[in-house]
Design a protein around this ligand. Structure first.
Ligand code: AN7
Length: 417
């Protein structure tokens, strides 16, 4: 039972159907609040536990009034893969990857968009907008198409992964490539959605979208049969996801489903790491990065809009934040593909790169159970994968040539009797 929207700073309250993205009094972020006693009563009458793992298994926990309007492409229910071979290399006995690339458009954004676009429909919006480093635009474009809404996406000029761009284009969004970086594009859509009140904004500043993304935490609890992991490692860009996952865990504890909470551990790329810097220096503020850089274009974000929620999640959970270099990211991407058969995009591999660094420097203990979230599918960015792999060898269409190329010894053919 949602009750209202509330500012995380001054606690000002707003009605659930008011379109508001920042607190009007202090300008801070909003979050959706619930009456948990009412929710428990509702759950008692609901058959939610019989619904297969997915975002809408948790519909009672979602801020939607009219479930007949759900806009879904069957999101969530992603695999939790136990990584025995990678775990062995790192000396970890309980290592899992929650692979969000298994969502309909290939990233965790779909969890948020199914709820955010449903909310847009409920509010009667006719058009939606976002700024994006790629995955948000791909996801919003798909859900807008499903709902029959007009969709505009602003992407930064220069580097955005080709797979993501192709998605936004084929789903029929108006794709604008802004001469500037992501932070500048986000600033424009924030202003635009204030100016044109009929355009609904679906960046992670939108607290309804974040509610969908909290389902990742619920799923982890259910997949691990309430054995909450000691640590959850998440790539951090604009910082909505780590905040959403933390909210999910705290709600499950509030409801008495779990007893303990994981240490939330955020990973950023060295060239785009304002949150990791704030955590390391113990600061209450972030210093935005003017010109963010990293090969992991999805998280090339210098002024993360949800930084305060993320810093709270990390500090309140006893977690930490770490930075990783582009080399570490690419090495981790290759390693995960080659020892676990899981192909993720570079930004997603930052959680693995961060895990390796934190295990090696002793911050993550070998007895911990760890879940790394991999946020997007490897096919989002095939160019990077091709560039860093061995090129195919060209050979004649002859057995002998293939044997040579594969390093097989020539054998005398055994004659049929
Ligand atoms: C694969 O698409 O911000 O910390 O505009 O695509 O919640 O921002 C993407 C972010 C991690 C960071 N991994 O998540 C966008 C966008 C992947 C991503 C992140 C993104 P947040």
């Amino acid at each position: 039972m949602m009750t209202h929207q509330e500012c995380i700073n001054c606690r000002s309250k707003y009605a659930v159907d008011e379109v508001v993205y920042f607190c009007k009094k202090c300008g801070d972020l909003l979050e959706i609040k619930y009456d948990y006693a009412e929710l428990v009563k509702m759950l008692g009458k609901s058959d939610w536990e019989k619904v297969p793992l997915s975002v809408w298994r948790y519909k009672d926990f979602m801020p939607i009034n009219d479930f007949s309007k759900i806009v879904s492409l069957n999101e969530g229910g992603t695999g939790l893969h136990q990584c025995l071979r990678l775990g062995k290399q790192l000396g970890l006995r309980r290592l899992y990857v929650k692979n969000e690339g298994e969502n309909p458009t290939g990233s965790f954004k779909d969890r948020g968009m199914t709820v955010g676009v449903t909310k847009a429909v409920e509010l009667g919006a006719k058009s939606v907008i976002c700024a994006s480093t790629g995955n948000t635009s791909a996801s919003l474009a798909a859900y807008a198409a499903k709902a029959g809404l007009r969709c505009a996406v602003l992407i930064p000029s220069g580097k955005i992964a080709y797979g993501k761009l192709s998605q936004a284009m084929i789903y029929g969004a108006q794709v604008l490539q802004v001469r500037g970086n992501f932070d500048e594009a986000l600033d424009i859509v924030l202003k635009l959605s204030e100016k044109h009140r009929n355009i609904y904004l679906l960046n992670s500043i939108n607290p309804f979208r974040i509610e969908g993304q909290k389902s990742l935490a619920y799923e982890l609890c259910d997949q691990l049969e309430e054995e909450v992991p000691d640590r959850v490692v998440v790539p951090v860009g604009n910082a909505g996801n780590i905040s959403a996952i933390w909210k999910g865990f705290t709600e499950f504890r509030e409801l008495g489903f779990i007893g303990n909470l994981p240490r939330m551990t955020g990973i950023q790329a060295v060239g785009s790491a304002p949150i990791a810097q704030a955590i390391k220096s113990g600061s209450d503020k972030i210093v935005p990065v003017e010109k963010p850089e990293t090969i992991a274009t999805a998280i090339r974000i210098g002024a993360p809009v949800s930084w305060k929620k993320a810093v709270n999640a990390i500090r309140n959970s006893g977690g930490t934040a770490e930075t990783v270099t582009d080399e570490e990211i690419l090495a981790a991407q290759k390693l995960l593909a080659r020892v676990e058969g899981i192909f993720v995009e570079p930004a997603s591999a930052s959680s693995i790169a961060g895990l390796i660094k934190l295990v090696n420097n002793g911050v993550i203990g070998k007895d911990e159970s760890v879940v790394c979230v991999t946020t997007g599918h490897g096919l989002k960015d095939p160019d990077t994968a091709v560039k860093m792999s061995e090129k195919p060898v060209e050979v004649d269409a002859e057995i002998a040539a293939i044997e040579d190329a594969l390093g097989l010894k020539r054998q005398v053919a055994i004659l049929e009797r």
